[in-house]
Design a protein around this ligand. Structure first.
Ligand SMILES: [Zn+2]
Length: 225
């Protein structure tokens, strides 16, 4: 893998691909190694946010991997960490956020349909009254009741508090005037992974604008619906 290759080159003091000095022509392995020390493991392992060509966040990877993608011309740096990587003929800013140059279709992640995953998707909030409760205080509601042919699917199961569950009973939503879903239930997908990325990224100011962009769009869509 690239990672191993880069490390080997650094150790052998290869000034073309390793972490050489700006005037690495001297080529002394000791000097190169000393310079390499500037980029200790933490800098190369710093998490980097990966955006799709459309600016949608799609992944998190280590700085080393991100740098390889940038150097290969697959991605470009959108935000920098602040540290610089010095190579023989160039100085490269260590990325904090990179963006793929070509759009990649991201397949839906398939996750097991389980009570735990439904609660995770719905963030432990009753999907009718929005009250946030512990897993033990929530139940699962079939939007179309089982007694009326509703299936146990991602699209038909939502987190629900006992109050709302009781009120809804075996009725269809269109039969109730005072109850409606906060959002349309969807399969546990990238959408939810982004929520996780959002939490990881909340400490990094440079990530925020990319991570919160999506939630703003979502809010707008929900309001319009
Ligand atoms: Zn409720």
């Amino acid at each position: 893998m690239q990672t191993g290759k880069m490390r080997k080159q650094r150790l052998s003091g290869n000034r073309h691909a390793g972490y050489g000095s700006q005037h690495g022509a001297a080529g002394k392995a000791t000097e190169v190694d000393a310079r390499a020390g500037v980029f200790r493991q933490p800098a190369m392992q710093t998490p980097v946010l990966v955006l799709n060509a459309s600016y949608e966040p799609i992944n998190i990877c280590g700085a080393r991997r991100a740098l390889v993608l940038v150097l290969k011309g697959v991605a470009r740096t959108e935000e920098e960490q602040g540290a610089m990587l010095h190579a023989a003929r160039m100085r490269v800013a260590m990325p904090s956020v990179i963006r793929l140059l070509e759009y990649r279709r991201i397949p839906h992640q398939t996750r097991a349909l389980s009570r735990k995953n439904i609660l995770l998707r719905d963030r432990n909030a009753c999907q009718y009254c929005n009250i946030v409760l512990t897993a033990g205080e929530l139940t699962l509601d079939h939007v179309i009741p089982r007694s009326r042919g509703g299936l146990s699917t991602w699209e038909n199961l939502v987190a629900c508090c006992h109050n709302c569950n009781r009120r809804k009973g075996n009725q269809m939503l269109h039969e109730l005037t005072d109850m409606k879903l906060l959002r349309e239930p969807r399969p546990f997908s990238l959408h939810t992974s982004r929520h996780i990325m959002r939490m990881i990224g909340s400490a990094d100011a440079a990530w925020r604008k990319y991570l919160y962009f999506e939630s703003e769009v979502e809010t707008a869509v929900v309001t319009a619906a």
